[in-house]
Design a protein around this ligand. Structure first.
Ligand code: AHR
Length: 517
């Protein structure tokens, strides 16, 4: 029998969880906005055309912050087109996704949606085809209380209160040659620094994210961050990371080890940022915003140039199976294991586009398989991430070399005393018995053990409009503590969550957030 061990000790901590680790992303792309979160005339739409069924699922998912409006879309976007009377808004070509953009949905509609979804907005400015002046105009329109042309324009547009948007992305993937207005690291670094300096003059409390690399395989990976941070170090708070994972050439073993690759990427960017900090003799630490991550079957996407001009097309609507959900769970474990440096993370995207929530125009909304590990992690990963240091058998993968079969983390909520263990068995061929030493945390009992079993039958099961609940986490009976030890059976290729609560307490799970008026 294969076994692994770890110790749960509140004396060994990685860091407190920034709730923004459970972020998502809404881009003007495909059906993310139109017929995703927004569909006037839908039976579940409210007076603003926002789909209440999607809002409800968003709250259930536990999303805390949402990045908007792109993505590649933002690099050719004029934010002014999306405000004011809807009938006067221009229809434009979106060159990123070769789509026709009606602009019926824009900043003020998004802010209304964010309030109802009880999420913090994370706004991106266009540093592709535009620059400092347009970013400042958007900031003034959005955040200044009133008495200036732009803030009064917002008030005239029906938003009397400033939106108070705190987190801003300085462009998107500016290293990518596919990006409208793509730049060299020096060109972008200068522009981002000047934009950041001016934005912080408006409000020093803003949190600004400089664009990092668009993936870990691009030639300029890490050298891009080094150059950009040389320019921006003292003006920005975070640098972004983007990564998507899929089974390349059907290699599922490496795919199940995607969390190890994400781990390496985070370590590389932390090292790069700290190197620049050391060079600049700075006392500041740059934090990370992993503001695009997910499973994405990119090999099935023919590329932007193959797209025909259309409005809200069905674009990259990947349908996820249980193994995909296990990988999403393992990526969340990686993010938690870096809670000391990753402040923000956004699963890309929220609805329809590579998304946990799917919708049909005029029809239902449902949870994809990947919805479940996200919702459970967002709900139960509370307080501090513990440094668990697992001992585990290793696996050889073609893509990432040797990786531990067990990928795990645990969180400790000092207030309630609850401890939650998240564990993935990456091995497709054998179950794993995990024992956790609980001596430093005496008196805990198992409240719940839920598992997503990627090796279960039928292989490749997915959720659809017709069968929306085919794949759900399954409760495992019999997982228990035995004195000072917890023993958990992890099926092959599975994700587990084990909730431990004080034997004497009730430790009620946290409620979903309430929308604001
Ligand atoms: O999320 C889809 C796209 O992936 C985004 O527009 C872009 O930033 C990334 O390449």
């Amino acid at each position: 029998m294969r076994t692994a061990r770890l110790t749960l000790d509140p004396g060994f901590r990685i860091g407190d969880i920034d709730r923004r680790l459970f972020g998502s992303f809404v881009e003007h792309m495909g059906r993310s906005v139109y017929t995703g979160i927004y569909e006037p005339g839908h039976p579940a739409a409210d007076a603003d055309g926002l789909r209440e069924d999607v809002l409800e699922l968003t709250r259930e998912l536990g999303v805390t912050t949402v990045r908007y409006p792109g993505g590649n879309f933002v690099s050719n976007y004029r934010w002014e087109d999306g405000v004011g009377p809807v009938e006067e808004r221009p229809t434009r070509l979106d060159l990123a996704w070769r789509s026709v953009e009606s602009n019926a949905f824009g900043l003020n509609e998004f802010m209304a949606w964010a309030r109802k979804a009880a999420v913090e907005p994370m706004m991106a400015v266009n540093l592709g085809t535009r620059g400092v002046a347009e970013a400042l105009a958007l900031l003034e329109y959005a955040n200044h209380p009133g008495g200036t042309a732009l803030s009064d324009l917002r008030r005239a547009h029906g938003a009397p209160e400033p939106h108070g948007i705190r987190v801003w992305c300085l462009g998107n993937e500016m290293d990518g040659p596919w990006q409208m207005g793509h730049k060299t690291a020096d060109e972008y670094g200068r522009l981002a620094a000047e934009t950041a300096r001016a934005m912080k003059r408006f409000d020093p409390a803003l949190q600004l994210v400089a664009c990092g690399s668009s993936n870990a395989y691009i030639d300029t990976f890490a050298s891009w961050e080094a150059t950009v941070l040389e320019h921006t170090y003292e003006h920005v708070d975070m640098v972004s990371l983007h990564a998507y994972y899929e089974p390349v050439d059907g290699d599922v073993d490496s795919f199940l080890a995607s969390g190890a690759e994400m781990d390496r990427m985070i370590d590389s960017i932390v090292a790069t940022a700290d190197h620049i900090g050391a060079k600049l003799r700075s006392r500041k630490k740059i934090k990370l915003s992993f503001d695009e991550w997910n499973v994405w079957y990119q090999s099935r996407f023919p590329g932007e140039s193959a797209l025909e001009w259309s409005s809200a097309p069905r674009l990259i609507e990947d349908v996820y199976d249980t193994v995909d959900a296990v990988v999403v769970g393992s990526l969340l474990i990686t993010l938690l294991r870096h809670a000391d440096r990753v402040d923000v993370a956004c699963q890309a995207q929220l609805a329809n586009i590579i998304a946990p929530i799917m919708t049909e125009p005029g029809g239902p909304a449902w949870r994809q398989t990947i919805f479940h590990p996200f919702a459970l992690t967002a709900r139960h990963a509370r307080g501090t991430v513990l440094r668990v240091e697992p001992q585990s058998p290793v696996l050889e993968t073609a893509r990432y070399g040797e990786v531990p079969a067990l990928w795990a983390t645990a969180t400790h909520d000092e207030e309630s005393g609850a401890v939650t263990l998240f564990a993935v068995n990456r091995d497709r061929t054998a179950p794993l018995t995990l024992t956790a030493d609980l001596r430093p945390l005496p008196g805990l009992r198992v409240a719940e053990h839920l598992v997503l079993d990627g090796s279960g039958e039928p292989a490749g099961a997915v959720n659809t409009a017709a069968e929306p609940d085919r794949v759900r986490p399954v409760a495992v009976d019999g997982t228990a503590t035995d004195g000072d030890q917890l023993t958990v059976q992890l099926p092959p290729a599975s994700w587990s969550m084990v909730r431990l609560v004080p034997a004497t307490g009730t430790a009620t799970p946290p409620a979903a957030p309430a929308p604001t008026a």
